[in-house]
Design a protein around this ligand. Structure first.
Ligand code: 7TS
Length: 405
């Protein structure tokens, strides 16, 4: 399989638009990626030909929709190489998945139990655990990072102890692009008797993930960063853990039996999917995964690295720019500050040149504090970006910088 970025771009209609009379250069895919026609077509096709509620009908459309929904679950299973589709729970997204685990698994935690997180986590993988601190007296401990943005693994090991019940870390940082050695982190957590939750929101987009090889207990991601629709994501959980966990939300479809004075629950994954799920969105996610399966993912990763490297080469020697995170092997995310400029101003001025980047704390305030900055601008690369766009970004940035020099 080969990879032709120009052919790929043809499949993303939005990339043809202009912004401020310039060709759009979309470098905000880490926040949310654009969708190929295949994804939109799958959702439209289901709406037009086979749509009904899932799991409850005995009629043809209900059966066909249920099959399409469950096929999407199977696609997620393949994406993560889970052992069984029953270990895949559809959620609203990555945030919802963390809340599910913190709230459900969290009920087994007691005051003084410890959860190990890291300083580089997205708020989605911090705040739900803080709820447990507030509600149950659980103690949160944070793995520190090195100046180039790697986890300090020695410090991590020192945080593990007899009360550690969960280690929850990101696979790839949404700010620095650092890819964490999660197999090693998981093995150490297990040796200490703790479970592990891996936030794969960024990693699942840029590399291949194998939850069995990693031996992860839980692994989560969002569809909308993976070229799929919003409103859906998935949580992988080992069958043995899911079987022992109480429901997260109550309602239809998650029960065994309901009487006026008793309830029993369905088996996973349905136990954790109360109410009508985002059916079309699940089908869209399945289509996004199938679409990616038709591409050479190693070639895509190489292409994305080439984009990042182009930016780095072209800015080599620019003493007015500071990058956040330069860990070896990092993903194609370039977070930076320009001397004398606020990151918001940089983003707004780049927009004048058609270049879309994000600016702010990126929902990672502890990480910003660690780097001693309030915010940064961030260019994040996706499979549809070109070297010409990397150049356009650098050229726009050089012009924008003159406002502050
Ligand atoms: N974890 C990581 C590592 C993320 O990057 C994000 C979203 C989330 C969790 C939450 O995902 P959600 O789909 O549930 O919102 N990150 C970003 C970002 O970097 N800019 O906007 C959203």
């Amino acid at each position: 399989m080969s990879f032709d970025v120009y052919a790929i771009r043809e499949q993303f209609p939005i990339l043809a638009r202009q912004v401020n009379s310039r060709p759009l250069v979309y470098l905000d895919s880490a926040a949310s990626a654009q969708k190929p026609r295949a994804v939109m077509a799958a959702m439209t096709h289901a709406s037009e030909t086979a749509y009904a509620n899932v799991h409850r009908g005995l009629h043809t459309l209900a059966n066909e929709t249920t099959e399409a929904y469950e096929n999407a679950r199977e696609a997620v299973r393949r994406l993560l190489n889970a052992g069984s589709a029953e270990e895949i729970i559809f959620t609203k997204g990555c945030t919802d998945a963390v809340n599910l685990v913190a709230s459900s698994f969290g009920r087994s935690l007691n005051s003084g139990d410890e959860i190990v997180l890291s300083v580089m986590e997205h708020h989605a993988n911090i705040v739900p655990w803080h709820f447990l601190r507030e509600r149950a007296g659980v103690v949160l401990k944070f793995i520190p990072i090195t100046d180039d943005g790697r986890l300090n693994l020695e410090a991590y090991r020192a945080l593990l102890g007899p009360r550690t019940r969960m280690v929850a870390v990101g696979h790839m940082s949404n700010v620095t692009g650092t890819v964490n050695p999660v197999a090693e982190i998981i093995a150490d957590a297990h040796a200490a008797g703790a479970l592990t939750f891996i936030d794969g929101a960024q990693m699942v987009v840029h590399g291949s993930v194998d939850v069995q090889a990693l031996d992860a207990d839980f692994y989560a991601f969002s569809s909308h960063k993976l070229y799929g629709p919003t409103g859906i994501g998935a949580l992988y959980g080992k069958a043995e853990h899911l079987a022992a966990m109480p429901p997260y939300q109550g309602g239809g479809e998650m029960i065994g039996r309901v009487t006026l004075d008793q309830i029993t629950y369905a088996d996973p994954p349905h136990r954790f999917e109360a109410g009508t799920p985002p059916i079309l969105e699940a089908i869209g996610l399945g289509a996004a995964i199938a679409w990616l399966e038709g591409l050479d993912r190693a070639a895509i990763a190489q292409h994305e690295h080439a984009l990042y490297n182009r930016v780095k080469e072209r800015l080599n020697g620019a003493n007015w720019i500071t990058e956040l995170g330069t860990a070896p092997g990092k993903g194609a995310i370039f977070s930076f500050n320009v001397d004398g400029a606020h990151a918001h101003d940089i983003a707004q001025l780049l927009d004048q040149y058609g270049v879309a980047v994000r600016a702010g704390a990126h929902c990672a305030e502890p990480l910003m504090e660690r780097f001693g900055v309030a915010s940064s601008a961030r260019a994040s690369f996706a499979l549809y970006n070109t070297l010409e766009e990397a150049d356009a970004f650098v050229e726009a940035l050089i012009k924008v910088r003159t406002f502050f020099a």
